[in-house]
Design a protein around this ligand. Structure first.
Ligand code: FPP
Length: 257
């Protein structure tokens, strides 16, 4: 299950919207073009267990600490007026973890929703939960639905229909992320080079940023660093670099064949 946080953009962000910044953050902000930010950032929050282990703490201490990184990431993205942020909170594979850890994660999510609701409302953030919500414990389902309703705003329903032939567009409309742009940037913490079954269809053209930083250490500077790195990438979507076109002479090559 992942949480998507959406934020309606009416105008571009001003750097001051972040409030006081450290000198490291200021340097990163200088490098960042606030008019070319990704529309949708997706994050695989990994490394909570390792963070705790390094400190001889139980794994759950890492998860608790990770909620602070989630808060910082949510608030920063909202203030930068990034349209959508998806956090990978619990995967189907995570059911294989010890029951005590699963129970803790579920409880943490409930606590988190309760505690962060004012922040979400203040920043006009709309919360959506992606995934098999029905498989979560009843209390969590209730809180998740309540959080969705409380932050809903106006949103059209998914159209129904049974097309003969499924097009890419129709398929996208039937995914959990319906109505959201595909992630432009996928961040994964703790150095693993995997996408771990996360939004597989939607990340087809996402730029992937993997950092060694463990999730509880992922602060605002690390997020800005990921955004700066994203802007250095040249997104060609399978095409070729501008000014290098040979399409007139050799259309097949230019089309990537
Ligand atoms: C990965 O660390 C993280 C998770 C299983 C997801 C849970 C994320 C949080 C608790 C932080 C944000 C929380 C909320 C409620 C938004 P891991 O346990 O896989 O770490 P490891 O690979 O080092 O063992």
């Amino acid at each position: 299950m992942s949480q998507t946080i959406t934020h309606k953009t009416t105008h571009g962000p001003a750097p001051e919207s972040l409030g006081p910044v450290t000198s490291e953050e200021a340097k990163l902000l200088e490098k960042l073009d606030l008019t070319r930010l990704p529309r949708h950032v997706a994050v695989i929050m990994d490394g909570n267990g390792r963070w705790a282990q390094k400190r001889h703490l139980p794994r759950i201490a890492g998860h608790r600490s990770g909620t602070q990184s989630a808060r910082t990431t949510i608030e920063t993205c909202a203030r930068l007026k990034i349209e959508a942020l998806t956090l990978y909170a619990f995967s189907v594979e995570n059911w294989r973890r010890p029951k005590t850890e699963i129970d803790f994660l579920m409880q943490l999510l409930r606590e988190y929703l309760k505690k962060e609701m004012p922040l979400l409302q203040k920043n006009e953030i709309r919360m959506r939960f992606l995934g098999r919500i029905d498989e979560l414990p009843a209390g969590v389902q209730k809180d998740v639905r309540e959080a969705t309703e409380k932050t809903a705003g106006n949103k059209g329903m998914v159209g129904h229909g049974a097309p003969d032939k499924v097009t890419e567009e129709q398929l996208s409309q039937h995914l959990y992320t319906e109505g959201l742009p595909d992630p432009d940037l996928l961040i994964r913490t703790s150095g693993e080079m995997r996408v771990s079954n996360f939004l597989l269809w939607q990340i087809a053209y996402a730029e992937i940023f993997v950092t060694e930083t463990l999730w509880p250490d992922f602060n605002r500077a690390r997020l800005l660093e990921a955004l700066v790195e994203f802007q250095k990438r040249e997104r060609r979507y399978g095409g070729i670099r501008e000014g290098e076109s040979s399409s007139d002479e050799n259309p097949a090559r230019a089309a990537g064949h």
